[in-house]
Design a protein around this ligand. Sequence first.
Ligand SMILES: *[C@@H]1O[C@H](CO)[C@@H](O)[C@H](O)[C@H]1NC(C)=O
Ligand SMILES: CC(=O)N[C@H]1CO[C@H](CO)[C@@H](O)[C@@H]1O
Length: 306
Amino acid sequence: MRFATIAATAAIFAPTVVSADGVLGFALGTKMGDGNCKSQSDYEADFEAISSHSGSKLVRGYAASDCDAAKNILPAAKSKGFQVVLGIWPDVQESFDADTKAITEHAGDYADQIYGVTVGSETLYRGNFTGEELLSKIKEVKGMLGDKIKVGTADSWNKWADGTGDAVIKGGVDMIFVNAFGYWQGQDINNATHTYADDLMQAFKHIQSVAGNTNIELWNGETGWPTDGATDYEDAKAGTNNAKRYYDEGVCGLIGWGYNVFSFEAFDEPWKPSSVGDNGQAKDETKWGVMKADRTPKFELDCNKI
Ligand SMILES: *[C@@H]1O[C@H](CO)[C@@H](O)[C@H](O)[C@H]1NC(C)=O
Ligand SMILES: CC(=O)N[C@H]1CO[C@H](CO)[C@@H](O)[C@@H]1O
């Protein structure tokens, strides 16, 4: 199934296909299922589950000071051989300052564990920053961290494809994370991987044409599908069977074609309050984990076994 789907979209992929597999990582929260902050040993148990079930040794976070994330996750990463993308939440000055402080405080001791740093998650999509404003935050962080740590940002595919992020692309960013979800496009599962791949390629193509010869590392920063008990979104039906299919065809499909993908997300987050989605309906964000909060997988996570 995976290969049939990919073959059908081969024309989209063709321009940038590389032979080696891409890298798989997982988005990881800072809280346990009960809402308490994770300790170093909690992260160690997270890492054991992620690597034993998927083979991945890479995670990304969103706000390095939240629940003392940088302080607790970096020693855990060192003991389990993981790397971490640390996040800075730049939307408000207070979190920007706290997150940059958390990173600069711990980066020196754990340089090998830091894969890179993202400044902002979907700030362009939320309309919180213009491209220029986001670029100035990124530059500020690059100034603090020096040349050794890769700095980037994550945003929705359409904000890259439509030019909103052009200033960032031209401004000397090291990594760009493109978020794309067949689910949030309201797609039936039968067309969801097609939409996901198509959206991602539109963003990558635009970024590459604006960047010219500049070498920006590209990632799918988030994708996933909610499992049994979550809410539907238009034609996108939540459910574990659909989530498994999306993981097999979408996540592992893209990895097989040489793209780097962060699966959203490693574990369910039952503590999360429900919020209101783009369609004005309640949106449940507690059941997006590929594993339950108790760290048992919901389906096969090793792309080599799918
Ligand atoms: C399937 O996905 C493609 C790519 O996003 C889109 O152009 C097409 O309209 C979708 N088909 C349906 C039936 O929604
Ligand atoms: C620059 C900017 O517009 N910042 C705003 C981003 O959003 C937060 C609320 O989430 C505002 O408080 C900031 O002022």
